[in-house]
Design a protein around this ligand. Structure first.
Ligand SMILES: [Zn+2]
Length: 383
């Protein structure tokens, strides 16, 4: 190999190690812009590994007829005996959860857990409890998705396979707009649907997008990094499921579409007044008989949210360990309660109709939309 080629290789390798140094510098900037991580940022700076230096060993360089093999020898650390202990982080908000059911997960005719979680299992990958689908944070602004509370820079994964149909600012109006409430956002049109309708998923408030419109992505593929762009009060991933069209008004509750942890279930309910109107924004209390752990969940507020055609629900809470529970809900000065079993891997259900109280029977099986005509001898009869 000529001296010229050899020096070209050395130059290239030095360039590569230069890129790594830049990446490390970028990482530092990211961490520095994250206030919650302030205390650990300095520690991180000190434990950065030294940039590897690439050299050719003299004996390899002198070998005849074979190309020299580049060796990576770490440069000496300035103070090798200095240990830096990381600052303890905040206590985790939740313990370990079982692995998720594989997708698509369809335990019954009416359950359709087609999507995997858009955040990997080593991070919080479940919705913020007090701002679920149908929640209202500002008067008149309804939540059409779920928020997964994760720090800026967490990898965001495609919830299912499909093609990217939006990547950038302006999703809400569908035109480029730096002030868009979704911030930097991605939409995937999935290559599978539900009962003849196309499915879309939306990923909002990102800090970085790694895909282009038209690009095909596989389920679980990294599509960008989470962030706090758009209308947010803090970093999180906004995740939405849309059906039929890619617009704000056709969302469905993602907790009825994301595969639950194995052995855990989902509770859906339809809450009505005695007169049969939807009960909006009512807080339901759920307590596990085994552990006494208590959850609070609100029924949907009025707005651009949609129910599943079978459950016609206006309340959903996912990720409940299977077991026996009690639910309570207040109505016109009385508290109603019932026992309910949360079944693993599927939706458990109750309905409430004001003074008629709570029922735990599932909705009736839907009648077919098309009833074949009764065969008669009259050829002119119409269905
Ligand atoms: Zn959101």
């Amino acid at each position: 190999m000529s001296r010229l080629v050899r020096s070209a290789i050395v130059a290239l390798l030095i360039l590569v190690s230069g890129c790594q140094a830049n990446q490390a510098a970028n990482l530092l900037t990211d961490f520095a812009s994250e206030p919650a991580l302030e205390p650990t940022a300095t520690v991180f700076e000190e434990v950065i590994p030294p940039t590897p230096t690439v050299v050719l060993l003299p004996e390899q360089a002198s070998w005849e007829g074979s190309d020299p093999v580049p060796q990576t020898i770490p440069s000496p650390v300035s103070d090798p005996l200095r240990f830096v202990f990381p600052t303890p982080g905040p206590v985790p908000v939740s313990a370990w959860r079982p692995p998720l059911y594989p997708t698509p997960w369809e335990p019954t005719l009416y359950d359709h857990f087609y999507f995997s979680r858009p955040i990997a299992a080593d991070e919080i990958n479940w919705p913020l409890a007090d701002y679920r689908y149908g929640g209202m944070f500002l008067p008149g602004v309804i939540h059409t998705g779920i928020d997964i509370p994760i720090k800026v820079g967490t990898p965001v994964l495609a919830a299912g396979s499909g093609r990217v149909t939006w990547a950038g600012y302006g999703l809400y109006h569908g035109v480029e707009d730096a002030t868009d409430p979704y911030g930097l956002a991605i939409t995937i049109k999935h290559d599978f649907g539900f009962q003849g309708d196309t499915l879309y998923t939306v990923y909002g408030h990102l800090s970085r997008i790694d895909v282009l419109v038209g690009q095909y992505v596989a389920a679980g593929e990294m599509i960008g990094l989470s962030g706090d762009t758009g209308k947010v009060t803090g970093p999180h991933l906004h995740f939405e499921v849309r059906i039929g069209n890619n617009n704000f008004f056709v969302s469905r509750n993602p907790e009825l579409w994301l595969a639950p942890p194995q052995g855990w279930g989902i509770l859906a309910a339809r809450l009505l007044t005695t007169g049969g109107n939807l009960l909006n924004g009512v807080t339901v209390t759920i307590r596990s008989k085994q552990t006494n752990q208590t959850w609070y969940v609100k029924s949907y507020h009025q707005g651009a949210v949609n129910s599943d055609p079978y459950y016609r629900e206006n309340l959903v809470i996912g990720d409940l360990p299977a077991g026996e529970y009690v639910v309570w809900l207040p109505y016109e000065g009385t508290t109603y309660n019932t026992d309910i079993t949360i079944s693993p891997g599927m939706v458990s259900y109750f309905s409430f109709r004001g003074k008629n109280g709570i029922k735990t029977e599932f909705p009736p099986t839907p009648t077919p939309i098309f009833t074949p005509p009764v065969e008669t001898n009259t050829p002119t009869s119409t269905p």
